[in-house]
Write a new protein. Sequence first.
Length: 103
Amino acid sequence: MARSAVISRDSDSQSVTVALVINGYLGTTPISPSLAISLRSLELLYTIRLFKASFSIESFGKLMCHLYKVPFKQRFRALVADMFEIYLIIRRNVDKQVLAALG
């Protein structure tokens, strides 16, 4: 698992947040995020919670830290929780747009 990623950005002054999402990541803040998590990881958390609703955000944060060999910090729980909430909002909005487009 890669501990870093190269995020390409268009020359038309695309925002950092948009560049992250286009490259498959979601940042912790909309402006100058210091940490990002892959959309695939957030999808994994979503899927795990479909089968085990009691699986905690903290457990997922600890798992990610273990896989990336990063010491877990308590603030990561809140960051992952916030990013997961944003991910769920994005999913809901995309689902609504797809349903509207399909009629």
